[in-house]
Design a protein around this ligand. Structure first.
Ligand code: DON
Length: 330
């Protein structure tokens, strides 16, 4: 699909220098610490930092450690949700998991009191439910289906980190408890052990900041990977996914994120954040030092700065809304 976004002369040079400036401006920030509630997550170099921006016409701009691998963790939730929407359709997914921001921590043991279903697919309870949907459809092939789809979004073959997977499987009692509660209310239907195992595996997929940028660009390019040309996700599923990323993608920080950064995004405790600028860019950042809510501190700061510099906020005065609508007014 050809992009209808025309870049002004010299724009790519501008992107490069803005990314480099954001990298340099936040490199010295050593606040926060890597997640350690999964023991193997603590075994990372805390000072890695990378920023990658991929455009819908296939260009990639990078600064810092953008080829360094880390586990995708909760960033996977957005992409697996997109897959589940395609597998069983929006209505069947909405019966099992809502789209309301919860305002609670990512691992909260709380369901929507009106529906008795998880609030949204970006918190653990919702993501485990979504993993359950993929299990229902694909059974033993569920992980391969997820890995294939995430790989297609990244444009290269991804792999899973066995030691992070084992570490999470050995210590993930809270997620197992959530899984059993979900089974109790009927949100999860496949065997809980199988569903939670799938969730642990999807979280343990290894990516780089460059991969996250490409994956974001695939969503930005309405489901087509801009580099490989492969249609990875369905158009309607992408729209629904971006909506929950916008309202729920950074947990109980989602309101502040929408206010200040204003692009659909998803964070993970591995230190990654993916952001999507509709029809324009995918942005991937990596820095494993997290704040108290589980979001990468340098990642949030970099997104803020790049968003401001490039005018990416969805309500920025330079964003003029739907080009389709404009054609009726001209
Ligand atoms: O559920 C967990 O504990 C992790 N595997 C994923 C959580 C996560 O990334 C939440 N993020 N901020």
């Amino acid at each position: 699909m050809d992009s209808d976004i025309k870049q002004p002369e010299g724009a790519t040079f501008g992107i490069e220098s803005i990314i480099t400036a954001a990298y340099n401006n936040h490199l010295a920030n050593r606040n926060g610490a890597p997640a350690d509630y999964i023991p193997e997550l603590a075994v990372v170099d805390p000072d890695r930092f990378g920023i990658a921006v991929a455009t819908v016409d296939g260009k990639l701009f990078t600064a810092g450690d953008t080829d360094h691998s880390f586990t995708i963790q909760s960033v996977s939730k957005a992409f697996v949700y997109c897959l589940a929407l395609e597998l069983v359709g929006r209505d069947a997914v909405l019966e099992r998991v809502g789209v309301e921001p919860s305002g609670d921590a990512f691992n909260a043991i709380v369901f929507d009191p009106h529906t008795n279903r998880p609030f949204n697919p970006m918190v653990n309870a919702g993501a485990i439910t979504v993993a359950g949907i993929v299990c229902d459809v694909a059974g033993a092939g569920a992980f391969d289906l997820i890995l294939d789809r995430l790989s297609a979004a990244a444009g290269r073959r991804l792999t899973m980190d066995e030691s992070v997977y084992r570490s999470e499987a050995e210590t993930g009692h809270r997620n197992r408890a959530i899984g059993h509660l979900l089974r109790n209310v009927g949100a999860v239907q496949s065997p809980v052990d199988q569903v939670v195992d799938l969730y642990f595996r999807q979280c343990s997929i290894l990516v780089t900041a460059a991969d996250l940028a490409h994956m974001g660009a695939t969503l930005a390019h309405i489901g087509e990977n801009p580099v490989t040309g492969q249609q990875v996700f369905e158009l309607a599923a992408v729209r629904n996914t971006l909506a929950v990323m916008f309202t729920c993608g950074t947990y109980d920080f989602s309101g502040s994120w929408a206010y200040d950064v204003g692009v659909p995004a998803k964070s993970g405790v591995g230190g990654g954040i993916v952001g999507v600028v509709n029809r324009q860019l995918g942005i991937g950042t990596y820095s494993p030092r997290l704040d108290a809510k589980g979001n990468s501190i340098r990642g949030v700061a970099a997104f803020r700065e790049i968003g401001d510099e490039l005018g990416l906020h969805v309500f920025d005065c330079s964003n003029v809304g739907s080009a389709y609508m404009r054609s009726f007014l001209e």
